[in-house]
Design a protein around this ligand. Sequence first.
Ligand SMILES: Nc1ncnc2c1ncn2[C@@H]1O[C@H](COP(=O)(O)OP(=O)(O)OP(=O)(O)O)[C@@H](O)[C@H]1O
Ligand SMILES: [Mg+2]
Length: 258
Amino acid sequence: MSPPAPLLAARAVTFSRQADAGQRQPVLQATDLQVDSGEILAVVGPSGSGKSTLLRLFNRLLEPDSGQILLAGQDIRTLPPPVLRTRVPLVAQKPFLFSGTVRSNLQMPARLRRTALPDIDGSDIQQILELCQLSPSWLDRDAHKLSIGQQQRVCVARSLVGPCQALLLDEPTSALDRPTADQLAQTFRQLARQRGLAMILVTHDLRISERCADRLAILLDGAVVEEGPADQVLHHPATDAARRFLSTEPVQKEAAIE
Ligand SMILES: Nc1ncnc2c1ncn2[C@@H]1O[C@H](COP(=O)(O)OP(=O)(O)OP(=O)(O)O)[C@@H](O)[C@H]1O
Ligand SMILES: [Mg+2]
């Protein structure tokens, strides 16, 4: 029997952008990456290396020039984008909340899809709130009056209300101070483990990768130069390119979050 397909996989994905003078500017070279259910893959690399582009390809905010992206073995082009984006939502760097309460924000995706509103007081959503460390007493607070870290937690919780299988996280901790970022990293770890989510975490912060990622990929100029267990890539990189990148981004050995 063949092993189960990874939850999310990019197979030989390339992407270019229209540049000035009608030329195409390559952004991603043949990229192979995969992440399993319950696992966190961190993607690190310098500014402009293609990290956000890569994330956007995973939920069809962009379409590859060639190659394939698979969700549980199924080509994502067979899924209508709104369906795909409820299964594979993207959480941006800056929390995006609608005006209104936390409760109405949690209900907004269903409202926009015109599907039945989720029971916010039901056990599944209460579990999501608990994992995201959101007190039920905040449900009726004005979402914009929460701290940025709390707002980011509401965005993560909102992504999980629905049939979410994987989370795409684009520098979700970069606006946060160090203790708040560490707490959110711990939340990602618990969410991955307890809800079996696959996560791709784009970050500039190697410390956060070290604390919560299972695997780590280094993206330089649109090419994955190394990918493997996070601890191994960060502390014993196999390639010169990874060594050079890591030498400019010092990371101290930190205990991983259990
Ligand atoms: N909307 C756009 N139009 C044209 N070029 C773009 C656009 N968005 C990104 N690019 C280009 O695509 C390349 C990859 O950009 P991308 O945003 O994916 O990088 P990144 O690794 O996420 O960078 P950062 O760490 O600064 O967020 C860069 O050369 C960038 O200038
Ligand atoms: Mg980016």
